[in-house]
Design a protein around this ligand. Structure first.
Ligand code: MTE
Length: 313
């Protein structure tokens, strides 16, 4: 897709609302009202309302209502802080997201060592409201703040031999109590093919709901790949490496028959232990149908033309 043309999900500048106005006016306030539902330890240690506000221009939207902030910040998967859905909000206060260094290297002309705070202060941030579909069968709509992954890729000038991107999460047992248990082979790692990483929907998020990311959501910097199951959206990234071969990724390595490298949302390919045909949108009662590529087929289906999606799941 040419980068100068505006895809249909991208808002023209005149329709974009500064995120502060939007967030304070509607959902942010509404969701704060329900924040009393959060466990008290979570409020004290990782209250999302106390995080630094970010200025961003909304570029990607959906007609669907965003999931309440109280749910986005309290119902999480972040195994480095425990296996329960409320463990990350309770335990992630021990993560120190600032200062944070991101190393970008491998097969590139211009490797970078980035101070993430400085970068966030300078980067032109976008608000991107995207659906997140977990492989477990639940989903949310999240107003992320961040920028396209392609901006970082262009800055480091990958060599022609770079075919994949590997992402690595911090693994520090002092900050992350969960990594004392071998739930996965730490550090958590994920990967994308180069064309997937360059797709305009692929996002590096530094915030949500108009503020810096809560620790439990992957502070200070995480990936968001909205057409893939949520586990591809790796949190608290310390390294991005450009490599020639398909990298080993944590869930694929742990259970290859259940979690493929591609893991595109696909209602026609069931998980061996459950159906992927429907999902539970957090905050709704009835299950809804899961859409191919999580509803982003128009933007991404061409990346997989000619591939057997039952085999490359
Ligand atoms: N990243 C790391 N480092 N560790 C994890 O356990 N869980 C993944 C993904 N990224 C995970 C991770 C899974 S399974 C999902 S569904 C999403 O994060 C959940 O993101 P959320 O908690 O912000 O909704």
């Amino acid at each position: 897709m040419p980068y100068h043309s505006r895809p249909d999900w991208q808002l023209p500048e005149r329709e974009a609302t500064p995120v502060e106005i939007y967030a304070s006016r509607r959902t942010f306030v509404a969701s704060l009202a329900t924040a009393g539902l959060l466990p008290s330890a979570a409020i004290a240690s990782t209250d999302p309302a106390k995080l630094t506000p970010l200025k961003a221009r909304r570029t990607i939207a959906t007609s669907e209502e965003p999931t309440a902030l109280s749910a986005v910040a309290s119902y999480n998967n972040f195994y480095e802080f425990g296996l329960g859905k409320d463990d990350p909000a309770r335990n992630a206060h021990s993560l120190k997201p600032s200062p944070w260094t991101l190393k970008v290297g491998g097969l590139v002309k211009k490797p970078l060592t980035i101070d993430v705070d400085q970068w966030i202060a300078k980067a032109p941030l976008e608000e991107r409201i995207l659906r997140l579909r977990c492989v477990e069968g639940w989903s949310m709509v999240i107003p992320w703040v961040g920028f396209p992954m392609s901006a970082l890729i262009k800055a480091v000038e990958p060599l022609g031999s770079a075919k994949y991107v590997r992402f690595t999460t911090l693994a520090d047992s002092g900050q992350m109590p969960g990594i004392r248990f071998p739930a996965l082979d730490w550090p958590y790692r994920e990967g994308l093919r180069m064309d997937e990483a360059m797709n305009p929907l692929t996002t590096l998020a530094v915030g949500l709901y108009g503020r810096r990311l809560p620790n439990q959501n992957g502070a200070p910097l995480r990936l968001v790949v909205p057409w893939k199951y949520g586990f591809k959206s790796i949190k608290s990234i310390v390294a991005v490496d450009f490599v020639e071969r398909q990298p080993l990724t944590s869930w694929n390595q742990s259970q290859p028959s259940e979690y493929g490298f591609f893991s595109n949302v696909n209602p026609d390919v069931d998980h061996p232990r459950w159906s992927q045909a429907t999902e539970r949108r957090i905050g709704e009662f009835r299950r809804r149908k899961t859409l191919p590529f999580n509803g982003y087929g128009e933007q991404v289906a061409s990346l997989y033309k000619g591939m057997d999606l039952q085999k490359f799941f």
